[in-house]
Design a protein around this ligand. Structure first.
Ligand SMILES: [Zn+2]
Length: 218
């Protein structure tokens, strides 16, 4: 199954992607992670991406798309994948569609997690990330056993600068500009399924699984 997860930052895309990835046995591909990885590995495309990031600019669509498409062509993604953080614009959705089309495949479902602003702020401001293994915690909803320390690898946790309250509002503004066009793109394709991102992790996961079963995707 080839899935795209849509929704604002804080909708729970990353968390759902992790559990769905285990359930469906397909990789969770987070654009943020693969972009950072390409930059770390200093590949040609990674260097190009970095030159924009260093200037505080958005990495252009064609570069992000190339990085995503290269990742999707790897062996582990042949049977399916869960894309998280991409596409963010209609133009990216179109590029993705044509790149997959060249390989004779397409996105099966776009899962849109529609989420209220109050939920988003509560979730993002409490989010803490492991500095080593990228495991995600929440100070209230899923705290680590020992405050500030990763349960999995015992490394320190940190709060991303853009998860602080001021930057969150800025991110939502940026996100809101293009949310509609991406949602509409997949609606027009007839593959959009909408869920409430305000549900808690378990509840939302159950709704997703029920929806897959109803459509005989599972
Ligand atoms: Zn860790």
């Amino acid at each position: 199954m080839r899935l795209v997860l849509l929704g604002p930052p804080g909708a729970g895309k990353g968390t759902q992607a992790v559990v769905l990835s285990e359930k469906l046995k397909i990789p969770h591909i987070s654009t943020g992670d693969i972009l950072r990885e390409a930059v770390r590995a200093s590949s040609d495309i990674g260097k190009k991406a970095k030159s924009y990031m260093d200037k505080g600019e958005l990495v252009p669509d064609n570069i992000v798309t190339q990085i995503v498409v290269e990742r999707l062509a790897k062996d582990d993604a042949l049977k399916g994948f869960i894309l998280d953080g991409y596409p963010r614009t209609k133009s990216q959705a179109e590029s993705l569609s044509s790149a997959l089309g060249l390989r004779g495949i397409k996105i099966d479902r776009a899962l849109y997690l529609k989420t209220s602003v109050s939920t988003i702020i509560a979730r993002l401001s409490g989010r803490r990330i492991c500095s080593k293994c990228n495991a995600i915690y929440h100070t209230k909803n899923s705290p680590p056993k020992k405050a500030g320390v990763c349960d999995k690898c015992a490394s320190g946790l940190y709060q991303r600068d853009d998860d602080k309250e001021g930057p969150i509002e800025k991110r939502l503004e940026v996100y809101n500009k293009t949310e509609g066009e991406v949602v509409n793109f997949y609606k027009d394709e007839g593959i959009l399924k909408e869920f409430s991102g305000d549900m808690d992790v378990q509840e939302l996961y159950r709704s997703l699984i029920i929806a897959f079963k109803e459509e005989a995707l599972l």
